[in-house]
Design a protein around this ligand. Structure first.
Ligand SMILES: [Zn+2]
Length: 305
């Protein structure tokens, strides 16, 4: 196996006409297969997370409400995607996918989840398209299983990782870092361990310089057993929900830098996709494909070493 990539067809949920393109997961897979970056044998189909896994992060009251389909109108409005059994099953499967990705990353040094990064889900509620927090669930599940002690969440989605920051606020074993547009959703940003809040229209050079200044230093200081990298496509200049000015090439260099830096520090990387809402859906697919291409180049380099 050259690069382990986790994906499941159930991630494509019918949510009606919506800015969130749930087809992107399948389209990315199709593109990577068509261009021979990946073969069918590289893909791993995850099991859903168990209820016990989900309860490591979310309150029993919230989980029971989801399972009974009893989210209030206010809760559904906050979620901003229509709730359905399909959505619930996709999100449980996606949390299982991030658990599997983390396990594969610990085994192989890097693994990619064509899904995940639902960082706006809090312990007791969902919001901003995020029902449950797959990355938080994966970290807690692996720690329960004795697979890791310390983790770092490196969140490069254009939106602040409010749910993740809140979940791990009192947990010194998990360092949360968010680099995001300041004047954007969510209005209330509970502090991460490091927040890099960017001005509107920040471009490639400034963004890259900040990552270069902070990422290697945080990795050395926190010394995590695993890094979850949220490689959001929405810092892109043409994103409908973002106000930064990164180019497709700038985002490609970002991914390359982060994965190179983690490999240099010898820390396994679990990569998840997070957001992407470009005006042209093809751009979102291309940005996410670049993330996987960069991961693949890195994994081949390791094999030759
Ligand atoms: Zn986002």
């Amino acid at each position: 196996m050259s690069l382990a990539v986790v994906w499941h067809p159930s991630y494509e949920v019918d949510i009606g006409p919506h800015v969130f393109p749930t087809a992107k997961y399948r389209l990315i897979r199709d593109q990577l297969l068509a261009e021979h970056t990946l073969t069918a044998a590289d893909f791993v189909a995850p099991e859903p997370a168990s209820h016990d896994d989900v309860l490591l992060v979310h309150t029993r009251e919230y989980v029971e409400k989801i399972l009974a389909g009893r989210l209030s109108v206010a809760e559904q409005l906050l979620l901003e995607v229509p709730f359905s059994t399909d959505l619930r099953e996709a999100m449980w499967r996606c949390a299982g996918g991030s658990i599997r990705t983390a396990q594969l990353a610990l085994q192989h040094g890097i693994a990619v989840h064509l899904g995940g990064g639902f960082h706006h889900a809090f312990a007791d509620h969902g919001e901003g398209f995020c029902l449950i927090n797959d990355v938080a669930i994966a970290i807690r599940a692996l720690r329960r299983d004795g697979a890791l002690e310390r983790a770092l969440v490196l969140d490069c989605d254009v939106h602040h990782g409010n749910g993740t920051a809140s979940i791990f606020v009192a947990d010194p074993t998990v360092f949360t870092m968010s680099i995001h547009q300041d004047h954007n959703y969510p209005a209330w940003k509970p502090p991460s361990d490091l927040d890099l809040a960017l001005r509107d229209r920040t471009g490639d050079a400034e963004y890259q310089a900040l990552l270069e200044r902070h990422v290697p230093q945080i990795v050395r200081q926190h010394a995590p057993d695993l890094v979850f990298y949220l490689a959001g496509a929405d810092p892109y200049a043409e994103d409908q929900l973002g106000g930064l000015r990164l180019t497709i090439e700038g985002l490609r260099r970002r991914d390359q830098f982060v994965m190179d830096a983690l490999r240099t520090e010898g820390v396994p990387a679990a990569v998840v996709l997070a957001g992407g809402y470009a005006r042209r859906p093809d751009d979102t697919v291309e940005i996410h494909c670049n993330t996987v291409r960069a991961a693949k180049v890195g994994s081949l380099r390791d094999l030759r070493a």
